[in-house]
Design a binder for this molecule. Structure first.
Ligand code: FES
Length: 546
């Protein structure tokens, strides 16, 4: 991103100027904390959390088009940007005055069914009360450009280190692969094509060679591509997982990914959560903005050494109990694990970098077999030695494939596998103990007396107490709990809430996280404009329309 002046746009009628190539969120954040949305059931102000296009914390209306993700949208000259469905604004929404009357929100899953003749009225009221964008006649007329079909011998989704290494290996072998990257400004690989600023999802149903795969890739601005290929490499990397505590949905609680992607985020005193290499990376980048380091377990010696150099207090083996502050985090309450009194640390942000999870959903959407790994507590694809998944033609590399990513040898094996050379046998399976270090943390947390709202699923505003109640009523397993409570059914498709929900269920039911189950990853994997799907009507009539 350059510092040269970019397009001018209006935010609630006030003129703003972006820098060339910067996201709408980065541009708004330079003028103060970006309050863009409020929560759908409890009218709580929400802030951007993920910075990767997966949460609901930055949805805005641009030129009448609802639910544009500000962290992925690059403003254009003359854009009109407003926040949605809150009055007078997301920071303080007057509908919140109804919350004392409805302390558990409106039950849209099980309530509002009778009398049947009133269903239409209920729907209108609930839609108005909910905070997601309202489709207006003008937005129906918005055109999404027709997707362009692109054919490639191999599509690599993710242009991080491993994705680019596979691309370079294929180029050396005479192929011209296509790299697809959700970030903008990704580095190109000489001899490979690059589509930047787009997300990709398989068009249902993914079909293996010889028919090949079809993916729909589209940008936040609305342009789309249909990608046809015999091989897909999932190199989508990882993401920083949330952590459950009271107030974990408050503006100011954000992921390490967001902290790195919005350089001028207005943060002055951040509590950094994490004790490993990822937290060290964040500390190096945020430097004086960090005021303390908290870790659920031990803190790596290198991070300790750096924190001592900077004179930062360290709180290893500590629990984050609560974030104070309604419209912005003002302080956090910490407690040592085991026994020990609580204490408060003043801050204006909490940066979560304690648990890096694989962004492996694209492979699971295609039906790749998965297996649970206790550390970091997530499902990974089952792979051959060359990165092949259980779906022919589908490969996985980097930190979406295994904790810690790939070495050169593995990348070379993946390239050879894509070229159809002798498959490399999977390394002998190492028996891994089914131990998830964070599970003990959650057991301690759940055993305590709790106050306030603990939001387990921020997209749908599902509370921890609702999941506990579902278990008390006899519902078991993640898929059933999802259907009963709505956890995992929001825009993030469970990326943000399900990792914690698995641990919560394992702790409540006193069983291993691997036995809690998982959900079916259904398309579309990422929020997809209806216009992009409508543009497919002719070409994919047999696949999309049964
Ligand atoms: S911050 Fe934009 S989607 Fe999460």
């Amino acid at each position: 991103m350059s510092a040269s002046p970019g397009p001018r746009f209006g935010y609630h009628g006030r003129p703003r100027q972006a820098r060339e190539g910067e996201s709408l969120l980065a541009s708004l954040a330079r003028r103060g904390w970006p309050y863009l949305v409020r929560s759908i059931r409890y009218h709580r102000p929400r802030g951007p959390y993920c910075g990767t296009g997966d949460c609901t914390g930055c949805l805005v209306r641009v030129n009448g088009r609802p639910n544009v993700r500000a962290c992925r949208y690059v403003p254009r000259e003359g854009d009109r940007v407003v926040s949605e469905n809150s009055w007078p604004g997301p920071r303080f929404d007057l509908f919140g005055a109804l919350d004392p009357l409805l302390p558990r929100g409106i039950d849209t899953l099980r309530g509002l069914r009778r009398p049947a003749f009133a269903a239409g009225l209920y729907q209108r009221v609930v839609r108005r009360l909910a905070g997601f964008g309202r489709a207006s006649p003008s937005s129906f007329r918005l055109r999404t450009p027709e997707p362009r079909t692109v054919e490639a011998p191999c599509v690599i989704v993710g242009a991080g280190r491993s994705g680019r290494a596979v691309a370079a290996g294929l180029v050396r072998e005479g192929l011209r692969p296509l790299l697809v990257e959700r970030r903008r400004g990704a580095l190109a690989v000489a001899g490979a094509d690059l589509l930047g600023g787009v997300t990709a999802t398989f068009l249902p149903p993914p079909s293996a060679p010889p028919t090949g795969f079809s993916l729909l890739a589209f940008s936040e601005e609305g342009g789309g591509y249909v990608l046809r290929t015999p091989s897909v490499v999932v190199a989508t990397g990882g993401y920083d997982a949330p952590l459950l505590f009271e107030g974990s949905d408050r503006p100011g609680v954000l992921s390490g990914d967001l902290a790195l992607s919005v350089p001028e985020l207005p943060v002055e005193r951040a509590v950094l959560v994490g004790g490993s290499a990822r937290a060290l990376e964040l500390l190096q980048r945020l430097g004086p903005k960090v005021c303390a380091i908290v870790a659920p377990s031990e803190i790596h010696p290198q991070l300790v050494a750096r924190a001592i150099e900077l004179g930062l207090p360290l709180y290893p083996r500590s629990r984050l109990v609560r974030a104070h502050g309604r419209a912005r985090v003002r302080s956090v309450v910490l407690a040592p694990r085991g026994d020990g009194g609580r204490f408060t640390v003043p801050c204006d942000a909490v940066v979560l970098a304690h648990r890096r999870l694989p962004n492996a959903q694209l492979g699971f959407q295609a039906g790749a077999t998965r297996r649970w790994r206790g550390e970091p507590g997530a499902y990974y694809p089952v792979l051959g030695g060359d990165g092949r998944t259980s779906v022919p033609g589908l490969w996985s590399v980097g930190s979406a494939a295994r904790p810690g990513g790939d070495d050169e040898q593995r990348v070379a094996a993946t390239v050879a596998g894509i070229l159809g050379r002798e498959p490399v046998a999977a390394p002998a399976a190492v028996e891994e103990p089914d131990i998830t270090p964070l599970l003990g943390y959650y057991r301690e947390l759940l055993a305590e007396r709790r106050h306030g709202k603990w939001v387990l699923c921020p997209c749908e505003d599902v509370l921890l107490t609702e999941v506990e109640e579902a278990v008390r009523r006899g519902y078991r397993g993640l898929e059933v709990i999802k259907r009963y409570t709505g956890v995992g059914t929001g825009l993030c498709q469970g990326r943000l809430c399900l990792p914690d929900t698995v641990l919560v269920l394992a702790a409540i039911e006193a069983r291993a996280p691997s036995s809690v189950g998982t959900i079916t990853q259904r398309p579309p994997l990422v929020p997809t404009p209806l216009g992009a799907l409508a543009g497919l009507r002719d070409e994919f009539a047999d696949e999309v329309v049964p």
